[in-house]
Design a protein around this ligand. Structure first.
Ligand code: GLP
Length: 240
């Protein structure tokens, strides 16, 4: 695991944009695995600026997002489809048909998840997967549990995640109780992984991951089995 400790959120966002941007430069038709949450917003802003400045071209880029609430309409301003459009896709020259987010209103969520895994494979797999981390160590919505799930699946959100994400909704009661999430297999099959970590509230989960021990109580620890992971964190997350 490669670790960059940046002085603050802005430096973290810039570093992460440089790393993701370099993948796009080397492979203009690459497949990006993308994440939501507050953490990658600064990186998305930088990527959009680099696109406007003519330094990055998204015309042939394909994207697959990690997760989506379930059930939720894509037009709901808390859906991850809405988030991605607003924070990145509407601000770059990407073909929207090449952007993929799990369908939060799929009538058959299991079929939706299975088709998603097939589509990622058919696209040639993910060249670089962007990840954040939950306070409890979740990646995507792979929550701490007795058993971790390989394939993309429907999952229940933990109380900790519902409370953490309540800040985006009117109240914790409005947070959907379920989500569709890429499983650990498609994440671990990504050729490269970059994890962004910002803020003191992520310190404990980050330290557990960096310890190298693998545990189901902190799903991010499985990343220790991947041979190309770059963690870009800020000093608050690293020092606690
Ligand atoms: C969310 C998402 C994750 C994200 C994490 C941290 O619930 N499902 O993909 O990495 O929680 O979010 P934030 O960056 O807002 O702290």
């Amino acid at each position: 695991m490669k670790l960059y400790i940046c002085k603050d959120y802005n430096e973290m966002s810039e570093k992460a944009a440089q790393i993701v941007g370099s993948v796009i430069t080397l492979k203009p038709d690459c497949v990006l695995g993308l994440a939501t949450g507050s953490t990658p917003v600064g990186m998305y802003t930088r990527l959009a600026e680099m696109n406007k400045e003519g330094k990055l071209d998204f015309a042939e880029v394909k994207t697959y997002n990690l997760d989506e609430y379930y059930p939720i309409k894509p037009t709901n301003d808390q859906s991850y489809r809405y988030f991605m459009d607003k924070n990145l896709f509407d601000n770059i020259n990407i073909d929207k048909a090449n952007t993929h987010v799990l369908n939060g209103e799929a009538a058959d969520p299991e079929a939706e998840c299975a088709a998603y895994d097939k589509a990622v494979e058919a696209a040639g797999g993910i060249d670089i997967q962007v990840l954040g981390i939950g306070n409890n160590g979740h990646i995507g919505f792979n929550e701490p549990a007795d058993k971790l799930v390989s394939e993309t699946h429907k999952t229940s959100l933990t109380e900790s995640t519902i409370n953490a994400n309540a800040r985006f909704f009117e109240s914790a009661n409005d947070v959907p109780r379920h989500a569709l999430t890429m499983g650990l297999a498609p994440i671990m099959k990504a050729k490269k992984i970059i994890m962004l970590v910002s803020g003191k509230n992520k310190h404990a989960a980050l330290m557990e991951m960096l310890s190298g021990a693998i545990t189901v109580t902190n799903p991010s620890t499985v990343l220790n089995l991947h041979n190309d992971v770059t963690v870009v964190c800020d000093e608050d997350a690293y020092n606690g």
